[in-house]
Design a protein. Structure first.
Length: 268
């Protein structure tokens, strides 16, 4: 397909899309919202039970997109310590460990089932990674990782699954284990991504925040919201931009707009 566009301008909606979003203002009831928050872990666990390790493709694009994994070395073959916050079943973790032999990775996930899948992977080795279950909004990362010890944190399609009011807790938690001068590499759903436009009415939880049929939730970020979120926890923005691309859905013969935010924030 066409090369992705990068930059600071958000995607512009078509008149039909704008009208559809404007009409969809009814929010899910407070009772159901509280239930979704309470059952968030259960819903992600069921997601992994249904899909096992087959849902996400291995993300071999990570090192290509985030050259920082190479660039943050001060010398060739320097051993790097990485934290993958929200590792799922290891689609990002294992390609990374395969491609770069000088990495030790901490990895954690909200879902106990996802963590078990990672530990059962043939590539899993306790000499090269430490995987543990963790609710990033309340379990202290310092229980598993020394303070100021991590060279780079990846936060890839994780924050969007967390209630917007609790996102700052995740960033505060990560801050404690990141070395000063080092960065969080972020990639997640951007405002008006195709996934946001596909939600049927009755799925809206709040501004840019929706629930899927399986009970998992998704937030769609603006550049401004993300920047404020990180800055409020003491990080400095290095890069923060929309990536817009079109992908072809062959089954439905559609060209669909994908919008992501790709960003890098540094701990001073």
């Amino acid at each position: 397909g066409a090369l992705p566009k990068k930059g600071h301008s958000a995607r512009v909606l078509s008149p039909e899309e704008a009208e559809r979003l404007a009409k969809d203002q009814v929010l899910v009831s407070e009772f159901k919202q509280l239930k979704l928050e309470k059952e968030a872990q259960k819903n992600w666990d069921l997601f992994y039970k249904r899909n096992s390790t087959n849902f996400f493709k291995d993300r071999h694009w990570t090192t290509r997109e985030f050259q920082e994994l190479k660039a943050c070395r001060e010398f060739a073959d320097q051993k790097l310590t990485v934290l993958e916050a929200g590792c799922g079943v290891g689609n990002c973790l294992f390609p990374l460990l395969e491609e770069d032999l000088n990495i030790f990775a901490y990895a954690c996930d909200f879902s106990p089932r996802a963590v078990e899948y990672v530990k059962k992977n043939a590539l899993y080795s306790t000499e090269r990674c430490k995987v543990f279950q963790c609710d990033l909004t309340k379990d202290d990362l310092l229980d598993n990782i020394p303070a100021d010890s991590v060279d780079v944190v990846t936060l890839i399609f994780v924050l969007s699954a967390i209630h917007p009011e609790k996102m700052h807790l995740v960033l505060r938690n990560i801050y404690k284990v990141l070395k000063p001068g080092k960065c969080v590499l972020f990639r997640d759903y951007g405002l008006y991504d195709h996934a946001m436009l596909r939600f049927k009415s009755g799925s809206k939880l709040g501004e840019n925040f929706y629930v899927r049929q399986d009970g998992t939730r998704s937030y769609f970020f603006t550049e401004e919201f993300l920047s404020q979120l990180f800055k409020a926890e003491g990080y400095e923005p290095v890069v923060n931009e929309y990536v817009q691309r079109e992908t072809v859905n062959r089954k439905e013969d559609l060209c669909v707009p994908r919008v992501f935010l790709q960003s890098k924030f540094r701990k001073p």
